[in-house]
Design a protein around this ligand. Structure first.
Ligand code: FAD
Length: 463
């Protein structure tokens, strides 16, 4: 292919930047390069091996896919016999018991008083007529789930995940992510004493046999021309008018098109324009602290097939814990070991005492009976992702609708989890495709549907 669109520079070697690079290579377009400030590939989807031989993701990553292109790429990147397949078993730990996820279909497992409150709330709520332009996420919860489920699960759990109260969040992002309850199904489950799980034969996921989720992205990068990949190369300043990038290592790069997958507010902060820098303060995000615990012995029977668990209560700091050794036996140093990975969110509205993080997490693992004997602990690992959740804050869409097209006018495509700042299309499959679609738009003018129409993507299977 002719390089007639000039030079394409990609910022960030996470799944989005790598998706863009992959598509360029696949199309035979040669005039591009990629820069990342980290010395490793993968961004938030990287994996790490600790000194004791335990492998950790930045929170357990599960491969979802809405795209045939993404599935085909995964087959190229990791050979068929190097994947493990799992049922997506997810649970909630509350009231001293495990309840299958989602709660609304399993309220029969709650103590009777709580179940009756959830049921009363569900009976009072209407399941049509919500005004997404007026209501907050909290209003959405009350509208569709009622007071009981809000009080017992959705409000405390969402505060823990987002590190902001649901009143501070917009509701547009929800799309297919949370199933609106069907009262008949709920009543049937209660009457027949039936568990109604979100997993089963059609709800499986694959995980790399070796190297954690990061193996996917390391392998993909290995298949790209190595001289085009620049690690430890942090953007320091950006001039939109001159189309010029200045890196902290002194390197300067001119571009014709820029695909930036670094956080949008950071890109704006590095801009030569005052207006850009001022607006960068409006973006809201939360951090996530990952706490890995390696243990000797076997996981207790009740954890043996579980993938991840949600934690709405306050006797522990986590919003989610993954039994990471269940994803691959190679995530631990050998037979006779297992591992847990907890995620603790943080924001200006939810402070985390870093000095006590590990102690509080260990207390939480014990309080929730995930760890029965602390003497079994042989390794601990912590990681803080400052940019973990792109918060769907009130006014987000207005801001994005102003910025993203304006940047595009300057041939700057801000894409990816924090480049596009849309949680609803911020998983690995979405962001890889945002990179692919940005390239196709630059080269052929085709529409970028993932960023523009996330609810369509999330309810359809794409090419
Ligand atoms: C706790 C947690 C759990 C998750 N679980 C899942 C899951 O189960 N399934 C799933 O599909 N997804 C999951 N995700 C989302 C997944 O991690 C993201 O979809 C993906 O990593 C985003 O890719 P990206 O390329 O858009 O951004 P990133 O991965 O954030 O990559 C951006 C890159 O830009 C680089 N960068 C930043 N600033 C600069 C600079 N100034 N100069 C140069 N480079 C810079 C960074 O170093 C980084 O490598 C999870 C995320 C988190 C935080």
């Amino acid at each position: 292919m002719q390089n007639d669109k000039g030079k394409i520079v990609i910022l960030g070697a996470g799944p989005c930047g790598l998706g863009a690079a992959w598509r360029l290579r696949e199309l035979g377009y040669d005039n591009w390069e990629i820069h990342d400030r980290n010395e490793y590939i993968g961004g938030l989807s990287a994996s790490f091996v600790d000194d004791n031989g335990f492998t950790w993701d930045v929170g357990g990553h599960v491969l979802f896919s809405h795209y045939d292109y993404f599935n085909r790429l995964m087959e190229v990147v990791i050979p068929e016999d190097q994947w493990l397949d799992h049922e997506r078993e997810s649970w909630i730990w509350m009231r001293e018991r495990f309840i299958p996820y989602p709660l609304q279909y399993n309220i029969g497992r709650l103590p009777e008083k709580d179940m009756m409150e959830c049921l009363a709330g569900l009976m009072k709520c209407r399941n049509v007529g919500f005004d997404f332009d007026e209501g907050t996420f909290h209003d959405w919860i009350m509208h569709f789930f009622g007071e009981g489920i809000a009080k017992h699960f959705l409000v405390p759990y969402n505060k823990k995940v987002w590190a902001y109260p649901p009143e501070d969040l917009d509701a547009h992002w929800i799309g297919e992510r949370v199933a609106v309850p069907d009262l008949n199904r709920i009543m049937n489950n209660i009457i027949n004493d039936k568990d109604d799980c979100s997993w089963g034969p059609n709800n499986t996921f694959s995980f790399p046999l070796h190297g954690g989720t990061g193996e996917i992205w390391r392998n993909l990068a290995r298949k790209l021309p190595q001289d085009k990949i620049h690690l430890s190369s942090e953007l320091g300043a950006w001039d939109a008018e001159k189309k010029l990038l200045r890196f902290e290592n002194g390197r300067e790069e001119a571009y014709d098109h820029l695909i930036s997958t670094i956080p949008l507010n950071q890109l704006l902060q590095k801009s030569a324009r005052d207006g850009h820098r001022k607006d960068s303060d409006s973006f809201v995000l939360s951090a996530s602290n990952i706490i890995g615990v390696g243990l000797k012995g076997e996981p207790p029977e009740r954890l043996r097939t579980k993938c991840w668990m949600y934690f709405p209560e306050d006797d522990n700091p986590f919003y989610r814990v993954t039994v990471f050794s269940n994803y691959s036996y190679n995530n631990v140093p050998g037979k006779g070991y297992w591992s847990l990975m907890g995620e603790v969110s943080e924001s200006p509205k939810k402070h985390v005492d870093q000095a006590r993080l590990l102690d509080t997490a260990l207390e939480g693992f014990v309080n929730t009976r995930l760890i029965e004997n602390v003497n079994d602990i042989v390794a601990t690992w912590t990681f803080r992702a400052e940019y973990a959740y792109p918060t769907p804050f009130l006014g987000r869409d207005k801001l994005l609708d102003a910025f993203l097209p304006a940047l595009k006018q300057h041939d700057v495509y801000s894409r990816g989890r924090f480049g596009g700042w849309k949680y609803e299309c911020g998983n690995m499959d979405h962001v890889l495709m945002q990179g692919v679609e940005a390239v196709e738009h630059i080269l052929f003018g085709t529409p970028e549907i993932t960023l523009q129409y996330p609810s369509f993507i999330n309810t359809h299977r794409i090419r």
